[in-house]
Design a protein around this ligand. Structure first.
Ligand SMILES: C[S@@+](CC[C@H](N)C(=O)[O-])C[C@H]1O[C@@H](n2cnc3c(N)ncnc32)[C@H](O)[C@@H]1O
Length: 301
């Protein structure tokens, strides 16, 4: 099998807004850039090609299986691999003796490779255990644990806040009723439960919002993003660039508000960059992507 064939067989995720990422990150030969959500390595590889043999890519992901997948690609620069959450970036830079980065990319959420693996419990399309931890080695409650332990009000709050689910209370009530009969442990059980109490509208599966909300809660995705955005000025050099792609309005709001701090950031994208119709046709998972970029005006160190 050729290298190209084995690579495409390995990684299913298609990098979103790739040209815009390169345009705003502007990787140059010899620079040090961190891809803090390396995933299947699509963006990382394109960045590495711009960095060249004198450049360094810090490739970070909290999911060890994604790092293994990303490592199958060829990177024509030095690569520092790191399994960690991106809100620990300052400690990782210190450990690797990196003083300041020239650029940082964060492409939030999950990769298609994680979504399509039923063992991860992220998708309602295939049956699997209700896990949803993006780092399967992390000692944190799984989605099944949350469904078993939270009270009705707490469950409804998660579904409303992170999923903007109009029927949050109804679903939470049904979860509590169901778990009194039997534990909710699989994605098929949960998807069926939601579909049984939420009317179907259009082409979107009624379980979509519930699954998204639980994943965000299990992984504390908004908390991690907030901490990451706060530590960025201590990680970049003056003039260094941050590019963030979000897939959820709450994430995008955090990014927008961070870059609005005029003493710290020069906004490079007045409006978020969205994929065009051709990209959405080729990669439907890109449809809710929004890219924002900014340049650091004053170092936070
Ligand atoms: C959308 S994918 C990235 C895809 C990647 N840009 C590519 O081209 O293949 C998001 C990745 O971020 C990782 N991730 C999500 N939250 C994270 C966090 N707090 N810290 C580190 N990695 C995280 C996920 O495990 C996943 O691999």
């Amino acid at each position: 099998m050729s290298a190209a064939t084995s690579q495409s067989a390995a990684a299913r995720h298609v990098p979103v807004l790739l040209q815009a990422v390169l345009e705003y990150l502007t990787p140059q030969p010899g620079q040090i850039i961190a891809d803090v959500t390396v995933g299947a390595g699509g963006h990382a590889q394109a960045i590495a090609e711009r960095l060249g043999p004198t450049g360094t890519l810090l490739a970070l992901d909290q999911d060890p299986t994604m790092l293994t997948l990303a490592q199958r690609r060829a990177y024509p620069c030095r690569v520092l691999w790191c399994q960690a959450r991106f809100d620990t970036l300052p400690a990782i830079l210190a450990k690797n003796s990196v003083i300041a980065l020239d650029g940082v990319l964060a492409d939030l959420g999950v990769s298609s490779d994680q979504l399509d693996d039923p063992r991860r419990g992220l998708s309602f399309l295939q049956d699997g255990p209700l896990d949803m931890r993006l780092d399967p080695t992390a000692a944190i409650p799984t989605a099944a644990d949350l469904l078993a332990q939270l009270n009705e009000r707490e469950l409804a709050e998660i579904l409303w806040r992170y999923g903007e689910e109009r029927f949050s209370r109804r679903i939470a009530r049904r979860i509590v009723q169901t778990r009194q009969q039997q534990p909710i442990r699989t994605t098929a059980q949960l998807a069926q439960l939601v579909r049984s109490c939420v009317p179907r509208r259009g082409r979107i599966d009624p379980a979509t919002r519930t699954f998204q909300a639980l994943r965000i809660a299990v992984n504390d995705e908004l908390g991690a993003l907030q901490r990451f955005l706060e530590c960025l000025p201590r990680c970049l050099r003056r003039g260094g660039r941050a590019v963030v792609i979000s897939f959820h309005s709450l994430e995008d709001r955090l990014v927008k508000h961070t870059f609005r701090q005029r003493d710290l950031w020069l906004v490079l994208t007045k409006k978020p960059v969205r994929p065009d119709a051709a990209e959405i046709r080729a990669n439907p998972r890109a449809r809710s992507a929004r890219l924002r970029a900014a340049e650091l005006l004053a170092s936070g160190t």
